[in-house]
Design a protein around this ligand. Structure first.
Ligand code: ADP
Ligand code: MG
Ligand code: MG
Length: 208
């Protein structure tokens, strides 16, 4: 994946999030404060616009630009969390110009670790990590089994969807949803749903 492929990922992610913003907001209205779709649409639109103006000449620079945009423009808990994920992924890519299947796997892992450290959530707490964790694992299993980037990102997107479904019976232990306790059981986590969109966008642009 070269720099333009990473730009395409962000563009596709912004488009998918805008198209699904109402659903994200509906999910957040059930177990939070009903702003997740609005927050992320604003953040990814800002990231996409910032990239249009920015030099960002490497994949890592693209991801770091997105991270900064998300931290400064997305409201809510999800902005700093996703922003940190993108920044850590960008750092992991350093100044590589062509990202191979293994390198993308290490970037996804760095994103997971960055979000985990900042938010102190664990898998099972009903957060975005419940989609991202399975996605990273499935990516790595596919890559170690010889999959190319298209195959590994497809596996990641499918695993994120399964992870999202698994958040339904979970009790939220982090963020605003945790205030609702038992009432969060029976609903998908909005952040896990947006992670599915990010993984789906990645699979779409790498499917070539
Ligand atoms: P807010 O809750 O501040 O309104 P959003 O609605 O944009 O922010 O984002 C809510 C989502 O953020 C949740 O669905 C969850 O996936 C994620 N989230 C909240 N707290 C954490 C955390 N500590 N670690 C990981 N993800 C979290
Ligand atoms: Mg919210
Ligand atoms: Mg909010």
């Amino acid at each position: 994946m070269d720099t333009s492929a990473f730009r395409a990922w962000v563009h596709e992610a912004a488009r998918l999030i805008a198209d699904n913003a109402e659903n994200l907001t509906r999910l957040d209205a059930a177990i939070g404060d009903g702003d997740h779709g609005v927050n992320l649409r604003r953040g990814f639109q800002a990231a996409d616009e910032m990239l249009d103006k920015a030099e960002a000449e490497t994949p890592g620079a693209v991801l770091q630009t997105v991270g900064r945009a998300l931290i400064s423009k997305t409201g809510g808990a999800s902005g700093p969390l996703y922003g940190t994920g993108f920044r850590q992924a960008g750092k992991a890519l350093a100044d590589v110009t062509e990202v191979d299947v293994a390198k993308l796997g290490s970037a996804l892992e760095a994103a997971f670790n960055g979000i985990q450290q900042l938010g102190a959530a664990h898998e099972g707490d009903k957060t975005m990590l419940d989609a991202l964790g399975p996605a990273v694992t499935a990516y790595q299993v596919a890559a170690e089994g010889g999959a190319d980037i298209a195959g590994a990102t497809r596996a990641a997107a499918e695993a994120a969807e399964r992870g999202l479904a698994e958040t339904v019976p979970m009790l939220a232990r982090k963020g605003r949803a945790s205030y609702l306790g038992e009432r969060t059981i029976g609903h998908e986590d909005p952040g896990a749903a947006s992670t599915v969109l990010l993984m789906r966008a990645l699979a779409t642009v790498t499917a070539g």
